[in-house]
Design a protein around this ligand. Structure first.
Ligand SMILES: Nc1ncnc2c1ncn2[C@@H]1O[C@H](COP(=O)(O)OP(=O)(O)O)[C@@H](O)[C@H]1O
Ligand SMILES: [Mg+2]
Length: 506
């Protein structure tokens, strides 16, 4: 095993991508048992720097030192051997393999001629117990929620016996409760490990880190001891301006029902009833929040409404038409918009350009094509407009959407879905992974849609988001609505209790 890492230091790291200076002369260091929070807006260059440390990218200039000795990592395996592990923002798990097999993939030292899966399972058990990270070794990755996959990534990395842990936005996919647990866990871990923790959420940065380093446009713009600065000060340094909170100020609706779901039963990928006689109605001009711990049927609800999952029984009525069992194509054409949870898989075609992704659902419209011939000029003009309006940070509109940073991919999806002007929008965790400035922008867009009389179903785990912009909030638990509260009735503690499955009548 590697020796202890007393200090990891990078000096004058520079990395260029076509048209972009992703790392601009970055120097920073992390000491033993220290937690450094690396913060910055989407596209600031956080992930790039970590990928360089991990040997996934090679820097154009600059040096990396461990305990004052220069290292040259050619691949992530070199970094692992030195005791450095990373949990990536976009999970690197193989979906059609089990948790156990995925962990085994990262554990070459457990391999003799054949893989000793029993030994791997033992190790998973040990780590799970030590850190309180519950995973089912037999479950397939594709069956797990994003939160659960995150846990698997963490277990996988810890099983490799790392001394230095890099976590790239680990909480963006977690529920508030899971986040609190992770914070406790990381604090405990810092007795044994050094950690670089990437996040936009400054309350987490305050709760966890010893030091904070802020990146803007690839440059270090600030470094200091976390305790010396307030969240507000860090936020202003990160964005370069003060952040205001967007709030819903008008809870009136048009009064007409937009979407009516009755007694809906839908199965999960694992075959059990994910929605169990679920009923809910949303009006035009209303933002209905769905609040709940992930894995309580949210994913299945969004998919069933959009025709992506089989309905066992019950009905979905949209604009007075029965759309139960209709194809996604028909549902889109009826005026349904969808911002899915899995951006890279369901939200975009990663290998296609930004331009093609933006017109994905509208390529047959007159604006973009004429008798099946694409009108490239108007597509380009439209895309350029979207890139500006949504501040999508990209070298060009021809860039493959999949190569953008997570937040920028989300902006491509938002630009497409919001500007199609749907009558109803299903949004699943729309601000997950977005920085505060971008989140503020999204919330303004959603409120605009509402004020125009459109209906919105907002599935979110961010209680603050839900309480700021929804008209009503439905708490989902085990595939059923636990209770529907108005914005005025909802408090964090009341929602938290309902989300945990405690009925208020008990
Ligand atoms: N493989 C790549 N090819 C081209 N550009 C990239 C690549 N990886 C990152 N970038 C660009 O570098 C910039 C920094 O991205 P990233 O490090 O992912 O930001 P962050 O993690 O802070 O959101 C972005 O403009 C992004 O589009
Ligand atoms: Mg990133």
């Amino acid at each position: 095993m590697s020796e202890f890492i007393k200090e990891l230091r990078v000096e004058h790291i520079t990395k260029r991508f076509p048209g972009i200076l992703a790392s601009d002369d970055i120097s920073l260091s992390v000491g033993e048992h220290e937690i450094l929070a690396l913060v910055g807006e989407n596209g600031a260059g956080k992930t790039t720097l970590m990928n360089i440390i991990m040997g996934l990218y090679q820097q154009d200039e600059g040096h990396i030192y461990i305990n004052d000795k220069e290292v040259h990592f050619k691949t992530p395996n070199d970094a692992f051997s030195a005791g450095i592990g990373m949990v990536h923002q976009q999970y690197m798990l193989v979906p059609n393999m089990t948790v156990l097999e995925n962990v085994a993939l990262g554990l070459k030292d457990c391999w003799k001629k054949t893989v000793d899966l029993n030994m791997v399972e033992e190790r998973i058990k040990l780590i799970s117990e030590k850190y309180g990270l519950v995973v089912d070794p037999k479950a397939y990755i594709w069956q797990l929620s994003v939160g659960e996959q995150q846990r698997v990534e963490l277990v996988k990395t810890l099983c490799q016996g790392v001394r230095f842990l890099i976590l790239d936005e680990p909480t963006s996919a977690l529920t508030p409760q899971e986040t609190d647990e992770l914070i406790l866990l990381l604090r405990k871990m810092s007795n044994e490990l050094s950690i670089i923790f990437i996040s936009h959420k400054l309350n987490e940065v305050k709760a966890i880190s010893h030091k904070v380093c802020i990146l803007r446009h690839g440059k270090v713009v600030f470094e200091g001891n976390t305790s010396d600065y307030s969240s507000k000060e860090i936020a202003a340094l990160m964005t370069g301006h003060e952040i205001e909170i967007t709030e819903n100020t008008d809870d009136s609706t048009t009064g007409d029902t937009a979407l009516e779901i009755s007694d809906l039963c839908v199965k999960s990928d694992r075959g059990f009833l994910a929605l169990d006689n679920f009923s809910l109605a949303v009006k035009f001009g209303e933002i209905m929040g769905i609040s709940g711990v992930s894995g309580n049927g949210q994913k299945e609800l969004a998919e069933a409404i959009n025709g992506l999952r089989k309905v066992e029984s019950g009905s979905i009525i949209f604009k007075n038409k029965n759309i139960t069992g209709k194809s996604p194509f028909d549902i889109i054409n009826l005026g349904m918009g969808y911002i899915p949870e899995e951006r890279n898989i369901e939200g975009i075609v990663p290998s296609m350009s930004i331009k093609d992704n933006i017109i994905l659902k509208d390529s047959e419209k007159n604006m973009f094509s004429n008798k099946h011939i694409l009108k490239n000029k108007s597509i380009e003009e439209y895309t350029e407009k979207m890139v500006k309006q949504f501040d999508i940070r990209t070298p060009s509109i021809q860039t493959a959407a999949g190569s953008l940073s997570g937040g920028n991919i989300q902006k491509v999806i938002l630009a497409r879905e919001i500007n199609r002007n749907p009558d109803f929008l299903v949004c699943v965790y729309p601000i997950r992974g977005l920085d505060m400035g971008a989140a503020e922008f999204v919330h303004k867009q959603l409120l605009d849609l509402k004020y125009k009389g459109k209906g919105i179903l907002l599935i979110s785990e961010e209680l603050e988001e839900i309480m700021n912009i929804c008209d009503r909030i439905a708490v989902i638990f085990k595939g059923k609505i636990q209770k529907v509260l108005s914005r005025k009735e909802a408090t964090t503690s009341r929602l938290g209790v309902l989300m945990a499955g405690v009925s208020e009548d008990d």
